[in-house]
Design a protein around this ligand. Structure first.
Ligand SMILES: Nc1ncnc2c1ncn2[C@@H]1O[C@H](COP(=O)(O)OP(=O)(O)OP(=O)(O)O)[C@@H](O)[C@H]1O
Length: 394
């Protein structure tokens, strides 16, 4: 059976003003116009800009859309328009069912009321009776793990406690639509993992709109993605890894920088033989490093290359240690890297040199070159494990 569409966003735009005086002036004139039944200005006036521009998508029950983009891209503004905190300047939003939202830290809470009173408050806004809330109260309290503070005013809560309570309320009131902003990042790891488990549980019956800067989280739960930049949609689709890749590419920084140098070596060159910096699965490649010794040494420096993924997490290392007598000041290392089995994506290589006898560092340069791993398949497995397969057929 075709699942029902719960969220329909059609060409939605929202503008803001950079200047407070203009903002007040435009706000006042818009109110007057609407009082007289006149259309408010749909075009940009002086000092106005589109924070969200022409965004459209549909979300069915059981689907999760991820909104990603750099700071100021317009994600939170779009969420606030969806949640009704702002009215759109253009476009139309149709939402079906109860909306649970965790948008801004503390938004949706009355700070002078206690946590318990806020639970009743929020639930009644969503149309729950006192009896229904009483039935859910215990599971909300247990999930939030803040029972001891429940009768304290929310204004005295830490940011983590607010998120705990906010998520517990939003997710336990059987929302048809759940809107979650980056606020989850404030919770500790244990709580974040618990939230994801809860999201997994409610997702089959809910449409989720999720904003995050943490791409593994987006990859884990979203089946649609929108990459925003300056209010505009740069990518939209079901290919989550493509959206994430485009997001990472925006931040790829090709500048290499020396982070340590004891003055004993000079890097003349460090190159690889990959065409267009592109590595194919199983491909071998050659790294050539030329150095000049600036001081008298009695050893051949040990070279270490470290490959890091787009989150700058080390994924592999190449150790090059040669136990030979040092002759001359110009050294060329030729390193043949064999059968590279990396997942698709962008990588950077860091280089470090050290004294193999004392292990003391001599030189370190981050991002000496970058490579991109490509392939036909959507996603390569990081390692293929050896296995035996038996197939029985009748
Ligand atoms: N109330 C407001 N008045 C004026 N400008 C605003 C207002 N709210 C947001 N903006 C501006 O709108 C743009 C989009 O902001 P928004 O908070 O939606 O970005 P974001 O993608 O959520 O960023 P972040 O990742 O930092 O949360 C920014 O330039 C921001 O300064």
């Amino acid at each position: 059976m075709e699942k029902e569409v719960l969220v329909k966003v059609e060409n939605v735009s929202k503008k803001f003003t950079t200047d407070l005086k203009d903002s007040l002036k435009y706000g006042f004139s818009d109110i007057i116009k609407s009082l007289f039944g006149k259309q408010t200005s749909k075009e940009l006036r002086k000092n106005e800009f589109w924070a969200v521009q022409d965004v459209s998508f549909e979300l069915k029950r059981g689907e999760c859309i991820g909104l990603i983009g750099h700071n100021g891209a317009g994600k939170s503004s779009l969420l606030k328009v969806l949640n009704g905190l702002y009215s759109p300047d253009k476009g139309k939003i149709t939402m079906k069912g109860k909306v649970g939202a965790l948008i801004e830290l503390g938004a949706g809470f009355n700070p002078i009321l206690t946590g318990r009173e806020n639970i009743y408050n929020n639930a009644s806004i969503l149309g729950f009776s006192k009896q229904e809330v009483d039935e859910k109260m215990q599971s909300i309290i247990e999930f939030s793990e803040i029972e001891d503070f429940l009768d304290m005013p929310v204004k005295n809560y830490s940011s983590g406690m607010r998120v705990r309570l906010g998520f517990a309320i939003a997710s336990h009131l059987d929302p048809d639509i759940l809107i979650v902003d980056e606020v989850l990042a404030v919770g500790d790891l244990g709580f974040v993992l618990k939230c994801f488990k809860k999201i997994d549980q409610i997702l089959p019956n809910t449409a989720i709109i999720f904003v995050s800067h943490t791409m593994p989280m987006v990859a884990r739960i979203c089946n649609q993605i929108i990459l925003m930049d300056h209010g505009k949609v740069e990518y939209q689709g079901n290919n989550i890894s493509k959206g994430i890749e485009l997001y990472y590419n925006k931040f790829s920084n090709n500048e290499s920088n020396t982070v340590f140098d004891d003055g004993s070596v000079e890097i003349i060159s460090c190159n690889h033989n990959l065409k267009d910096n592109t590595l194919h699965r199983h491909q071998d490649y050659l790294i050539t490093l030329q150095i000049k010794l600036k001081k008298e040494l009695n050893f051949i420096p040990k070279v270490y290359f470290e490959l890091k993924d787009k989150d700058l997490r080390p994924v592999a290392g190449i150790i090059c240690e040669i136990n030979k007598e040092l002759k001359g000041n110009n050294l060329t290392y030729k390193i043949n890297v064999k059968n590279s089995l990396l997942t698709l994506g962008n990588y950077v290589m860091d280089l470090s040199l050290s004294n193999p006898l004392t292990k003391e560092p001599m030189f370190r340069q981050n991002n000496i070159f970058s490579i991109v791993c490509v392939g036909d398949r959507q996603q390569w497995v990081p390692f293929e494990l050896e296995s035996e397969l038996e197939l029985h057929q009748n």
